[in-house]
Design a protein around this ligand. Structure first.
Ligand SMILES: [Mn+2]
Length: 427
């Protein structure tokens, strides 16, 4: 199904008088503070967040999966779902594929299908954390780090194949996340495992097209529980630095131990010009895959505060990072969840854009911790929802995406089209 812009307009009209009033009030407030609402709107509209193909079905936990019905059955239907989300929020203009879950059949057809929804192909993701039915050697004891050179080569070849598919679709980056590691002390030689990983990544980097980037993702634990080969940003940074100029660290918010100062990691990586990409989600304990901003919206804002500082620094050597949501939903309708995530991310970004950076820097120079906190929290506590809504309205999207999704009974229509028992490929 596709959402007709007229349907969105009709539903927007109901809420328009109320929206106009709130936006005018906010607009005046922002202007008084020396901010330009039009400029903010333009930045919000340009901030596109990729949707991963595996987030469109109900993920489940290791204990069970409770599909909600109408899940996409093919790559084309996954593209359709991202198209629906983008039609509603005008902020999700890209899809990120996972190979081999999403191997495109007819490349040209897939490309034109995505283009008909105004979607680009974001970074492609390799998968050496599962064995595929037709696979010769197993990744049970690792992939790029494996003790057996043949397994490592198989994993390298897979990554090169992923690059090939991505290149045909117009992707410009490869994201490598490894489940490699060990669950028991003594099981694996730390040094050899890291060296093997480095050598394997070098072989993949050799096959990277010249206008591509490689993102190295880290994670402290899970599925392995004693050690992971790329456990933290430092290890990822070490690998990316030795690989070369086109290799970067990728930060996934859920891939940190509780209370880690992620905003500081962001600042450090941007200082080094090595922050390549970002995976958004939220968590209470570990890689919980909750909706962005659901648990710790202030932390998300503080992270964006560092991102904006890095992005607006004219001297910065960090290229614009790639943005993606990385979550897998168990309870919510996946599309409603993604709409909520995108809105939370846009909100944190907009709040960070409203921070008075000159005043903040002056407060820091004067060691005025009270004033610095006032400045940050003033921005965080400004209700910018009307600004985000206005950015959507001006892009012909929905004033309230979740409400319109429900009013148009999108899920019900998808269930009618695809069936109640469909299962999306992926996690
Ligand atoms: Mn991730």
């Amino acid at each position: 199904m596709r959402i007709d812009k007229n349907q969105i307009n009709t539903l927007n009209n109901r809420a328009l008088p109320d929206h106009r009033e709130s936006f005018e009030y906010l607009s005046n407030k922002l202007t008084t503070k020396g901010l330009d609402p039009d400029q903010l709107i333009e930045k919000i509209q340009n901030f596109q967040i990729a949707i991963p193909s595996w987030a469109l079905g109900t993920g489940g936990t290791r204990f069970g999966r409770f599909p909600g019905g109408g899940e996409p059955r093919s790559l084309e239907e996954k593209i359709d779902d991202v198209g629906l989300i983008h039609a509603l929020n005008a902020g999700s203009g890209a899809i990120s594929l996972h190979i081999p879950w999403d191997i495109p059949g007819d490349i040209e057809a897939v490309k034109s299908h995505a283009a008909s929804h105004n979607l680009l192909f974001d970074a492609v993701n390799s998968n050496t954390f599962q064995d595929q039915p037709d696979q010769e050697l197993s990744y049970k004891f690792g992939s790029l780090c494996h003790t057996d050179a043949k397994v490592r080569q198989q994993a390298v070849d897979h990554n090169l194949e992923v690059i090939k598919y991505g290149d045909q679709l117009g992707s410009k980056a490869l994201t490598v996340w490894l489940a490699d590691g060990s669950s028991f002390p003594g099981q694996m030689n730390f040094r050899k495992a890291l060296q093997n990983t480095m050598d394997s990544l070098k072989a993949i980097y050799q096959g990277l097209p010249s206008d591509w980037k490689m993102f190295v993702e880290y994670k402290p634990y899970e599925p392995n529980f004693y050690h992971t080969v790329i456990q933290d940003w430092g290890t990822s940074h070490l690998l990316a630095s030795q690989l070369g100029d086109r290799a970067f660290t990728l930060v996934d918010l859920g891939h940190h131990l509780p209370n880690t100062n992620i905003e500081q990691i962001v600042a450090t990586l941007m200082m080094q010009g090595k922050l390549g990409g970002f995976h958004f989600n939220d968590s209470k304990f570990g890689d919980d895959d909750l909706t962005a901003g659901a648990m710790k919206p202030y932390q998300l804002f503080l992270i964006f505060n560092e991102l904006v500082e890095g992005m607006e620094d004219k001297e910065s050597k960090n290229p614009p990072p790639a943005w993606m949501i990385d979550a897998s939903h168990n309870l919510k309708d996946p599309m409603e969840d993604l709409l909520q995530s995108v809105e939370a991310i846009q909100m944190a970004y907009a709040q960070a854009l409203c921070v008075d950076r000159v005043a903040l820097e002056n407060a820091r120079e004067a060691n005025d911790a009270v004033l610095a906190q006032e400045i940050l929290q003033n921005a965080f506590r400004t209700d910018l929802r009307p600004l985000i809504a206005e950015a959507r309205l001006q892009a012909n999207a929905a004033l309230s995406p979740v409400e319109v999704f429900r009013d148009l009974a999108v899920r019900k229509q998808l269930i009618q089209e695809r069936g109640a028992k469909t299962l999306a490929t992926g996690l």
